[in-house]
Design a binder for this molecule. Structure first.
Ligand SMILES: *[C@@H]1O[C@H](CO)[C@@H](O)[C@H](O)[C@H]1NC(C)=O
Ligand SMILES: *[C@@H]1O[C@H](CO)[C@@H](O)[C@H](O)[C@H]1NC(C)=O
Ligand SMILES: *[C@@H]1O[C@H](CO)[C@@H](O)[C@H](O)[C@H]1NC(C)=O
Ligand SMILES: *[C@@H]1O[C@H](CO)[C@@H](O)[C@H](O)[C@H]1NC(C)=O
Ligand SMILES: *[C@@H]1O[C@H](CO)[C@@H](O)[C@H](O)[C@H]1NC(C)=O
Ligand SMILES: *[C@@H]1O[C@H](CO)[C@@H](O)[C@H](O)[C@H]1NC(C)=O
Ligand SMILES: *[C@@H]1O[C@H](CO)[C@@H](O)[C@H](O)[C@H]1NC(C)=O
Ligand SMILES: *[C@@H]1O[C@H](CO)[C@@H](O)[C@H](O)[C@H]1NC(C)=O
Ligand SMILES: *[C@@H]1O[C@H](CO)[C@@H](O)[C@H](O)[C@H]1NC(C)=O
Ligand SMILES: *[C@@H]1O[C@H](CO)[C@@H](O)[C@H](O)[C@H]1NC(C)=O
Ligand SMILES: *[C@@H]1O[C@H](CO)[C@@H](O)[C@H](O)[C@H]1NC(C)=O
Length: 451
């Protein structure tokens, strides 16, 4: 009986141990080939040899006596023990990536991030060996050459960041192979030529950042699918020209559209009213003209400076709840004339209103006192007349007021003198009487905003 019970316990314990082992994840330790490959990779960089700390980090844990799956910046797959992630952002590598680098033997890598590592030279074609990569981040290095053709092999990519290098040449014509791509960032390089529309056929794509390259020619987004997830699109600081294409309006999820510093001409397409998720546009510094469509009144930020816009669509005058969400309205350096419209005062959350360098005339609307959240009111260089009204009673957040270069006259408003938040004031080039004693001393304390 004793023996039996003992045996029973032994058996039971064994079973429970086995069950426990099966239930918990099998934490595999570092595979030797993975360890050796990582150490070889480290050896390729003289700057990593001394294990000196940069930004509080070093690779001192990368040694033979510890499990490579516990090494800093390394992640292994818990089942296979293969290295699946290597994140060496801002480690000073100061080298080029060699074709035979051990890096390209880590074939199970899903995440490779080498931002700000001072890498230079071209990206070797052997990168194409890393066919499981989902995230490739080579941002902020000194890499050159064409868009790496081998990146074409990386069809699992969801995130591709090549920004802030000096890659050049055209992008591949057919980009549709990246069926899972979500984030595409090639900003701040020297890419040129027309932009391949094939990219926009990728249904998973959400963020596209092409700013500060030498892309040119008319843009066409092709026939985007109605299931497109595109949310953020920036073409800024390129040489795109022609009309803003109607195909822009085919991205149902578009929230943020940045076209600033290009050569777009013509007017904003009417179809933009279809984009009911849009919250932020920046079309500054183009050659756009005509009317600012009324549907833009429901955005939070509308930046159209340095164009030739001359009028507002009718529906700006309609008050509704959407309209009160706007924070920024920047129409600096356009061709507006006539009165500052009164509907401005209905935008009760407005933080920045910039109407400078236009030909607005008549008086500054007194109802502007309703815009209590204003931080900057810039009406510089227009033809405004009358007095500077007492609109600052409740403007407790006002930081910057510039009404210089108009034909204002009369007294300086009392409410402005008591406005404690004010940091920048410019009333030059008017006929405002500086009859308030404090003004002279007071204005000397105003700082100009940093450029
Ligand atoms: C190896 O790395 C471990 C940490 O992972 C560390 O405790 C140990 O000191 C290192 N050994 C050497 C010789 O640097
Ligand atoms: C960085 O690499 C360059 C070129 O190989 C070399 O001349 C320079 O000394 C290196 N700088 C440091 C700090 O290692
Ligand atoms: C890579 O090739 C270079 C010659 O191109 C050679 O000097 C170096 O030892 C090789 N490195 C490895 C890790 O095989
Ligand atoms: C690419 O992977 C193969 C194994 O499939 C390996 O033999 C080869 O060395 C790798 N190429 C590079 C450049 O690491
Ligand atoms: C890229 O893929 C092509 C075709 O699938 C293959 O022939 C080529 O060897 C791959 N390149 C690399 C570097 O793996
Ligand atoms: C970037 O590359 C282009 C040509 O490829 C070259 O003309 C230019 O000088 C480079 N810019 C920098 C900052 O290295
Ligand atoms: C878009 O589709 C229409 C027909 O549905 C076709 O005529 C046109 O060429 C297509 N445009 C692009 C850029 O694919
Ligand atoms: C005033 O604005 C006009 C455009 O309306 C512009 O041409 C002119 O240069 C501006 N003057 C100053 C002094 O900013
Ligand atoms: C008005 O236009 C002039 C000339 O284009 C420019 O120098 C100035 O910066 C503009 N004013 C503002 C407030 O942008
Ligand atoms: C403002 O300018 C318009 C023409 O743009 C003119 O018809 C109107 O009389 C001007 N109003 C004032 C008050 O100067
Ligand atoms: C300022 O705000 C107070 C209370 O919030 C309100 O009663 C008053 O009418 C406002 N003054 C002006 C000039 O709008």
């Amino acid at each position: 009986m004793m023996v039996q019970s003992h045996c029973y316990c032994y058996f039971f314990c064994l079973i429970s141990l086995l069950l426990h082992t099966l239930a918990s994840p099998m934490l595999r330790h570092c595979l030797h080939d993975q360890r050796d490959t990582l150490l070889e990779f480290k050896d390729e960089f003289p700057t990593l040899q001394y294990n000196s700390k940069v930004n509080g980090r070093s690779l001192s844990s990368w040694n033979m006596t510890s499990d490579c799956c516990s090494w800093e910046e390394v992640t292994c797959d818990t089942k296979s023990g293969k290295v699946i992630s290597l994140v060496l952002d801002f480690f000073y590598l100061n080298n080029s990536l060699k074709t035979n680098s051990s890096l390209f033997k880590l074939q199970h890598l899903r995440i490779l991030s080498l931002s700000g590592c001072k890498l230079y030279g071209e990206v070797p074609s052997s990168l194409g060996n890393l066919s499981h990569l989902t995230d490739l981040v080579l941002r902020h290095n000194k890499l050159v050459g064409q868009f790496p053709a081998s990146v074409g092999n990386l069809t699992q990519l969801t995130r591709l960041e090549l920004s802030d290098n000096n890659f050049s040449g055209k992008l591949p014509h057919d980009m549709s192979g990246y069926q899972n791509l979500d984030y595409f960032d090639v900003r701040e390089n020297s890419f040129s030529g027309p932009f391949p529309t094939s990219l926009f056929k990728i249904p998973s794509l959400e963020f596209v950042l092409l700013g500060s390259n030498h892309f040119k020619g008319p843009m066409d987004f092709g026939n985007a699918s109605s299931t497109s997830k595109l949310y953020y699109l920036s073409l800024s600081h390129n040489q795109f020209n022609g009309l803003i294409p109607e195909s822009t309006c085919e991205f149902p999820q578009l929230g943020d559209l940045d076209l600033k510093y290009n050569n777009f001409i013509g007017s904003i397409p009417r179809c933009i009213s279809k984009l009911d998720r849009l919250i932020d546009i920046d079309f500054s510094n183009n050659k756009l003209e005509g009317e600012v469509p009324g549907c833009l009144r429901r955005l939070t930020s509308v930046r159209l400076s340095h164009n030739s816009f001359s009028s507002f669509g009718k529906s700006w005058e309609v008050l509704n709840d959407e309209f009160t969400l706007m924070w920024i309205l920047d129409l600096n350096s356009n061709s507006f004339r006539g009165q500052v419209p009164n509907w401005i005062c209905k935008i009760s959350l407005l933080l920045l209103l910039d109407f400078s360098n236009n030909s607005f005339n008549g008086s500054i609307p007194t109802c502007l006192r309703n815009c209590r959240h204003l931080k900057a009111l810039i009406l510089r260089n227009n033809s405004l007349s009358g007095t500077l009204p007492e609109i600052f009673v409740n403007a407790t957040m006002l930081l910057s007021l510039d009404v210089s270069g108009n034909q204002l006259e009369g007294k300086f408003p009392k409410s402005l003198v008591s406005c404690e938040s004010l940091e920048y004031l410019n009333v030059e080039g008017n006929r405002i009487k500086d009859n308030l004693i404090p003004l002279v001393d007071f204005s000397a304390t105003f700082k100009r905003p940093q450029p």
